[in-house]
Design a protein around this ligand. Structure first.
Ligand code: F6P
Length: 329
């Protein structure tokens, strides 16, 4: 890659979508054009890069999307881009359009691909952290996390009504892959009895003790938030085991909130973060960053090498877990 001034950039969304991706795209496209760049949209992530599904965008292409969930550029998880042949095709498409740098919107998988691509072809890449999982190091929050938590809390609120009416114990599974952020924040925001996280081993004995303690105190119902990547097992199996061990007369039920967490209009907070980070990504390219993720830490913009953003673990604050247990009486 030559060090000619950057005049043309490409932007794409990849991996699982996240509410706020559209708001971030709007900021990228409009900042780029404001800075005198040509901005090209690459459709369906790395798939579109490989298949040359690329189109120049103008300011109106990103009008009326700040409030929309999903991504107007579409997204995909590309197996072909994991191969050197796939990346070669992708590089050829970029050359054809004279695209000199990339803004990548996505999570771990997206940035892993971007990192390899940068190493192989030297193309500058700046990542914008978009994932409901909030599992990227180098930013306090990822775009989409706040909306996903609000969606999950809304679901638990509704379950609370029926749980109370029927005196039931509910296990509510939320997303997050190997991260417990959605589960932890949902449990706090919904006043759940307890939460099962990937980051912390909870034995069946411990779970039963917590729920039993409640039963002893004659609480009519319980809400357990379960992270999909928790260490104890499948949510349905956990629920069955608890039912047997507690010899519960009342029913136990399982609800999986699922992909609902990935959709919907982004929250005000997600729109704000998306707009700041989309804007910062273009500025970072112009400042000469070649392989970084933009993030926000203590309300300040921050740049983290992609490899560190992917590899370093973003720790969960275990004091919050203790707080849930303290309050679930
Ligand atoms: O990474 C976002 C995420 O929603 C995870 O929380 C979840 O495990 C996964 O994607 C689901 O992926 P898919 O949409 O491919 O089923």
């Amino acid at each position: 890659m030559s060090d000619k001034p950057i005049k043309r950039i490409g932007v794409y969304t990849s991996g699982g979508d996240a509410p706020g991706m559209n708001a971030a795209l709007r900021a990228v496209v409009r900042t780029g054009i404001f800075r005198g760049l040509d901005v090209y949209g690459i459709y369906s992530g790395y798939e579109g890069m490989i298949n040359d599904d690329i189109k120049k965008l103008n300011v109106r292409d990103v009008g009326n999307i700040i409030q929309r969930g999903g991504t107007f550029l579409k997204t995909a998880r590309s197996m072909e881009f994991m191969t050197p042949e796939g990346r070669k095709k992708a590089h050829a498409s970029l050359k054809r359009h004279k695209i000199q740098a990339l803004v990548a919107l996505g999570g771990n998988g997206t940035f892993t691909g971007a990192q390899v691509f940068h190493e192989e072809y030297g193309i500058p890449v700046v990542g914008v952290p978009c994932t409901i999982d909030n599992d990227l190091y180098g930013t306090d929050v990822t775009i989409g996390f706040d909306t996903a938590v609000n969606t999950a809390i809304d679901a638990v609120d509704k379950i609370r009504d029926t749980a109370e009416s029927h005196n039931r114990v509910f296990f509510i599974e939320v997303m997050g892959r190997n991260s417990g952020y959605i589960a932890l924040y949902t449990a706090i925001g919904s006043g759940a009895t307890t939460v099962l996280l990937p980051e912390r081993e909870t034995s069946m004995e411990e779970l039963v003790r917590i729920l039993n303690q409640e039963a002893v105190k004659n609480k009519a119902f319980s809400l357990v938030v379960v992270a999909e990547g928790n260490k104890l097992g499948k949510t349905q199996d956990i629920a069955e085991e608890v039912k047997q061990r507690l010899k519960l007369e009342e029913d136990v039920r399982v609800t999986v909130v699922g992909h609902m967490q990935r959709g919907g209009s982004p929250s005000g907070f997600d729109r704000l973060v998306a707009t700041r980070l989309g804007n910062a990504a273009v500025e970072a390219i112009l400042q000469g960053y070649k392989n970084a993720m933009v993030g926000i830490s203590n309300n300040q913009l921050k740049h983290t090498p992609l490899s560190i953003a992917i590899k370093n673990e973003k720790e969960i604050n275990m004091d919050l877990l203790r707080m849930i247990e303290m309050l679930a009486v």
